[in-house]
Design a protein around this ligand. Structure first.
Ligand SMILES: *[C@@H]1O[C@H](CO)[C@@H](O)[C@H](O)[C@H]1NC(C)=O
Ligand SMILES: *[C@@H]1O[C@H](CO)[C@@H](O)[C@H](O)[C@H]1NC(C)=O
Ligand SMILES: *[C@@H]1O[C@H](CO)[C@@H](O)[C@H](O)[C@H]1NC(C)=O
Ligand SMILES: *[C@@H]1O[C@H](CO)[C@@H](O)[C@H](O)[C@H]1NC(C)=O
Ligand SMILES: *[C@@H]1O[C@H](CO)[C@@H](O)[C@H](O)[C@H]1NC(C)=O
Ligand SMILES: *[C@@H]1O[C@H](CO)[C@@H](O)[C@H](O)[C@H]1NC(C)=O
Ligand SMILES: *[C@@H]1O[C@H](CO)[C@@H](O)[C@H](O)[C@H]1NC(C)=O
Ligand SMILES: *[C@@H]1O[C@H](CO)[C@@H](O)[C@H](O)[C@H]1NC(C)=O
Ligand SMILES: [Cu+2]
Length: 565
């Protein structure tokens, strides 16, 4: 049952003085049930049967501490297959609890349940959980906050309060129907009708004014906002009128603090910012809208909430923040490039595996371009790929189970370490190179291999910022740039001193980003674009990290209730 710290961190800080001695004995097991079920949810004037967790949208916030364990039983009372991913949690030696369907488990089918057993080992900060099954993530998501161990402070003054801010994306119809239509036609899925803050679009949308989220603040206090971009398909700019934001954490890793008027946050990323309520008491808009790097249609609406100094009359019109232009790549890039890590523990300086992956879209030619199934550009179907392999999920098994049981024919281990064809990735790519091939390929890594991956965006169809997420790991972002990566010149400029540590990083549109990690977590780990339309088109691959020696370097046996296909 719930025995977690409902008290604000301020209270816990006082408590800490008394419980320091007990801190090592304080690890708790949190036992929860997540009931997946359809509930009526009204947004934008209409009510939709919406897939929720325990009837809540967004779902419940989980609050635990570093060192704790979780046992969350997911009971599927909906009509769709589902699985839940615990975004950012490393799941050491336990890929069975990671969640992506057909990668580390078969989905939990309607009427079935599965218990995710999660150990929090050496991790703290802002995390989140979300469905990892087709487009159910559109409404099935929530915050997962890991406080430091008792007696272990933040590397910055303790904020008065913590406010989770989940940025989401809402369709004025069933998102599964939006996906189904796109899968049929081969065209891009319809763009969303609204962005949301904690599930509410805010007062710039029809029928939404009453429910606009308001965050009361007391003059002078410093609060911590835990931003989570849970949107399906869109990077977002986020700002609060008149209030600079001090970034202190990204993707659950502390950063050297810096202050900015606007942040860019990509799907899958989290970001903690401190805000001091030092402005004239009043009402200030919190707003988010698209950063759109692609040459493609997008939802250009703006979601709002209101920062409200206590005792300000409701009638006072809120001040609006300045947000960058939708295509302001310069601002997005400058922001991301300011991030610096507080530590570099586990940053490999020597490299065993030097990988180069192209990431980008593609088009599949149709034999009959007039077919209703070929409604993509000029009678094609959209695709996406990494190193020209468009990832196909297995249907009758998960990769992890097939690997563990030695079942052949589910995947192959020949994912290419470099692109099969060298070309001018960000130039005018010849049309003959646009069609990827399909495959379920993984790349094998030796236990503790020191890995570098250069993720190179291509200009095929359109250059674009692709937020690439790696499961089971945190990695360091050692460099990035525009154009084609130059293996002779660019490594000289890598930051090996204080590179930001993340689990999701965007390729600059028409550019590249280099990441490093040590493969110390055995199992099969998905790597994919966190834009769900791209993921569905195949912008993914998986690593198979082999066991090391002995039990502590070996994948645990699967739980008995692991769903079967
Ligand atoms: C997609 O958008 C088109 C055009 O606005 C609309 O006609 C169609 O009903 C939408 N379909 C879905 C499933 O979103
Ligand atoms: C958003 O796009 C629509 C049409 O696609 C356009 O009419 C409208 O002016 C745009 N709004 C903004 C704020 O750019
Ligand atoms: C951004 O859009 C504006 C107007 O829509 C346009 O004038 C400008 O050239 C665009 N900038 C970039 C970098 O594409
Ligand atoms: C589609 O065809 C038009 C007209 O021939 C052309 O201008 C455009 O570039 C084509 N688009 C793609 C994605 O091939
Ligand atoms: C790209 O290359 C094709 C031929 O390969 C050519 O027809 C086209 O004009 C080129 N486009 C640009 C923008 O250079
Ligand atoms: C697909 O069609 C385009 C022209 O529409 C052609 O240039 C290209 O070579 C074709 N690709 C393949 C793989 O057949
Ligand atoms: C990808 O593979 C397909 C099929 O083998 C080929 O036609 C295409 O040229 C390749 N493209 C690239 C970028 O390697
Ligand atoms: C649900 O998962 C099972 C097992 O993989 C599969 O056979 C079934 O087709 C799935 N159902 C849907 C609607 O995808
Ligand atoms: Cu992408």
């Amino acid at each position: 049952m719930a025995s977690l710290p409902q008290a604000p961190p301020r209270f816990l800080a006082i408590l800490t003085c008394f419980t320091l001695l007990a801190s090592f004995a304080s690890a708790e097991l949190h036992v929860r049930e997540f009931v997946i079920e359809a509930r009526p949810v009204k947004r934008l004037c209409r009510t939709h049967q919406t897939i929720t967790v325990n009837g809540q949208f967004p779902g419940p916030t989980l609050e635990v501490r570093n060192g704790d364990s979780l046992a969350i039983t997911v009971i599927n009372k909906a009509r769709y297959n589902i699985s839940i991913h615990w975004h950012g949690i490393r799941q050491l030696r336990n890929p069975w609890a990671d969640g992506p369907e057909y990668i580390t488990q078969c989905p939990i089918q309607p009427g079935q349940s599965y218990t995710y057993r999660i150990m929090i080992e050496g991790q703290e900060g802002t995390f989140w959980w979300h469905a990892h099954s087709r487009w159910l993530r559109a409404t099935v998501y929530g915050a997962l906050i890991i406080y430091p161990r008792l007696g272990s402070p933040y590397p910055f003054p303790m904020p008065k309060r913590d406010i989770p801010i989940l940025l989401g994306e809402w369709w004025d119809r069933n998102p599964m129907d939006v996906l189904r239509l796109a899968q049929f036609t081969g065209a891009a899925p319809n763009v969303s009708d609204a962005y949301t803050i904690n599930g509410q679009p805010g007062d710039l949308y029809r029928c939404s004014r009453q429910e606009t989220v308001r965050f009361p603040v007391f003059p002078g206090e410093t609060i911590q906002l835990r931003l989570i971009n849970a949107a399906m398909n869109q990077e977002l700019f986020f700002a609060i009128a008149n209030h600079p934001l001090t970034v202190v954490e990204v993707d659950s890793a502390y950063t050297k603090p810096f202050t900015t008027s606007v942040v860019m946050i990509a799907p899958g990323q989290t970001m903690n910012v401190l805000l001091t309520a030092d402005q004239r008491p009043g009402r200030y808009y919190i707003a988010a809208r698209a950063y759109n790097s692609a040459n493609a249609p997008f939802d250009n609406t703006t979601t709002t909430a209101i920062l409200e100094y206590v005792n300000t009359p409701r009638r006072t019109a809120p001040t609006f923040p300045r947000l960058p232009g939708f295509n302001d790549t310069a601002t997005a890039t400058a922001f991301t490039n300011r991030l610096r890590s507080m530590r570099r523990e586990g940053l490999p300086l020597e490299i065993d595996e030097n990988l180069f992956f192209t990431v980008g879209l593609g088009l599949i030619n149709c034999t009959n371009p007039n077919s209703p199934r070929c409604q993509g550009p000029n009678g094609t179907r959209f695709a996406a790929s990494m190193n020209n392999v468009s990832f196909v999920l297995p249907r009758r098994n998960s990769l992890m189970q097939a690997y563990y049981q030695g079942t052949p024919g589910v995947f192959t281990v020949d994912f290419p370490p470099v692109p099969p064809v060298k070309f001018d990735y960000t130039g005018n790519v010849s049309r003959g190179l646009w069609q990827p091939r399909r495959g379920t390929k993984v790349y094998k890594l030796r236990y503790k291999a020191r890995v570098q991956i250069v993720l190179q965006d291509t200009s095929i169809v359109t250059p674009e910022n692709h937020p690439m997420h790696l499961h089971g790991y945190q990695f360091y972002v050692v460099g990035s740039g525009f154009g084609n990566f130059d293996p002779k010149r660019d490594p000289a400029n890598f930051n090996l001193v204080d590179p930001p540590e993340r689990n999701t990083i965007g390729t600059p549109p028409g550019g590249w980003v280099a990441i490093r990690f040590i493969a110390d977590n055995p199992g099969i780990w998905f790597m994919h674009c966190h834009i769900d339309s791209h993921l569905g088109w195949g912008l993914a691959m998986a690593f198979l990290v082999k066991n090391g020696k002995g039990e502590l370097q070996t994948v645990q046996p699967p739980p008995l209730d692991l769903p079967r296909c």
